[in-house]
Design a protein around this ligand. Structure first.
Ligand SMILES: *Cc1c(COP(=O)(O)O)cnc(C)c1O
Length: 236
């Protein structure tokens, strides 16, 4: 992880990550503010999330609907302006819960889910921006639409399902050079006129920014090591 201590001082960590993001963006002639830092609070206690909120941070990510349901309604009541991103796999039977809690769904990867989200948006009278998750490494165990099918899937989501497709998201394989995956995601976004790229985590967010990330999802570099337990087992 780039130069960041596993400090419990979350305000310090946030400032350090933001400075690294700004440096990587400026090296490419972009403004630091053009990159949104999503603080990934999965398997972190509410006290640490409160520290981030106290430091003025507003954008967070969680990967499990159940865990978010336990943690976030109370926080959102106190901080109505937070923006919560779902960054983990979504089952169709959890779509209603997810739509009630999350402000962005980053993990749309199949037609059935796209249709369920669109139906729930109609029912609830609320549009929630969606990102398409692309499995750039074509890993069998990972969610996401394959890079070969991405163009058709994006077209289906937009034109037929009428989903508000706002961005693309990827999680590169842990044992590969992430830059190749970031470049692939950027290319898919470019040819589909998609502006938002959610890519980069604690280990590689600077590289992601250099490759055009508009959103980075950073957990441990902000909050420190995650608590152990069932919530973390599936969570990288
Ligand atoms: C956990 C997670 C992150 C953050 O990972 P860190 O290594 O803690 O920065 C980012 N994206 C997704 C999809 C995750 O599940």
């Amino acid at each position: 992880m780039p130069q960041i201590q596993d400090s419990s001082d979350i305000a310090t960590n946030l400032a350090a990550v933001r400075a690294l993001i700004a440096a990587a963006a400026e090296a490419k002639g972009r403004l630091g503010e053009s990159v949104t830092l999503i603080a990934v609070s999965k398997a972190q206690p509410v006290a640490k999330i409160d520290d981030a909120l106290d430091a003025g941070h507003k954008v967070f990510g969680e990967n499990r609907v159940q865990e978010a349901k336990a943690k976030w309604p109370g926080i959102k009541a106190r901080h109505p302006d937070v923006e919560l991103h779902l960054i983990g796999p979504l089952q169709t039977n959890k779509v209603r819960d997810a739509m009630a809690l999350f402000d962005v769904i980053e993990t749309v990867d199949r037609a059935k889910l796209a249709r369920a989200l669109a139906a729930e948006m109609t029912r609830a009278g609320r549009r929630v921006p969606c990102y398409i998750q692309v499995n750039t490494g074509e890993e069998a165990q990972k969610s996401g639409i394959g890079p070969e099918e991405a163009d058709d899937f994006i077209a289906l989501c937009r034109d037929e399902v009428k989903l508000p497709v706002a961005g693309l998201m990827c999680i590169p394989p842990i044992d590969e050079e992430p830059a190749l995956h970031f470049a692939l995601l950027r290319e898919i976004a470019r040819r589909n006129q998609i502006d938002i790229l959610s890519m980069g985590m604690s280990v590689d967010f600077e590289t992601a920014v250099r490759f055009g990330a508009t959103h980075v999802r950073v957990g441990r570099a902000v909050f420190g090591a995650r608590e152990t337990g069932p919530a973390t087992a599936a969570a990288l």
